[in-house]
Design a protein around this ligand. Structure first.
Ligand code: CA2
Length: 142
């Protein structure tokens, strides 16, 4: 089982800024724990601040991986191109947001990408990534 976690713009700053919204853990530290909790599956990680690079990565793995966990960051609310990339691939995508986008500014209430995803998890902190993996694992068992 191969899963890719993709984080979009500014999520490389996790644990360094705005801990009241995004928590104080770095993603690398979280990833280490996550991988130790799921030793039998491959959990790859990719982060980019560049829209086209995110699309390239989605296309690259989108016909071979079992699942993509995507936090598109602010591109969630703006990117028709990422939404199209998700629609074009075979690998199911689960969209994750650390914060609850519906409790924040109105411009964050719209997700252009969510409609092309298998599901959306928002507001559950880093646990959202774990829940998405649990879903992919459950799906495989059926
Ligand atoms: O809640 C989420 O996961 C978001 O996808 C995070 C994005 C935001 O634009 C979305 O509306 C919701 C922003 C990521 C910025 O991440 C930072 C992390 C630490 C410090 C500063 C920014």
């Amino acid at each position: 089982m191969k899963i890719l976690i993709i984080n979009g713009p500014n999520l490389n700053l996790l644990g360094k800024r705005e801990p009241e919204i995004y928590g104080s853990a770095s993603f690398e530290a979280f990833l280490k724990i996550l991988r130790s909790q799921y030793p039998k599956i491959t959990i790859d990680y990719y982060q980019s601040n560049v829209e086209g690079e995110l699309i390239n990565k989605i296309q690259e793995v989108g016909f071979s991986y079992d699942g993509i966990v995507l936090n598109g960051g602010a591109y969630t609310h703006t990117s028709v191109a990422i939404a199209d990339a998700i629609a074009a691939i075979e690998t199911p995508v689960i969209e994750v947001h650390i914060s609850n986008i519906y409790r924040r500014e109105e411009y964050r209430h719209i997700s252009l990408t969510g409609k092309n995803c298998a599901g959306v998890i928002t507001g559950l902190g880093l646990n959202g990534y774990k829940l998405a993996i649990e879903h992919f694992l459950g799906k495989e068992a059926l």
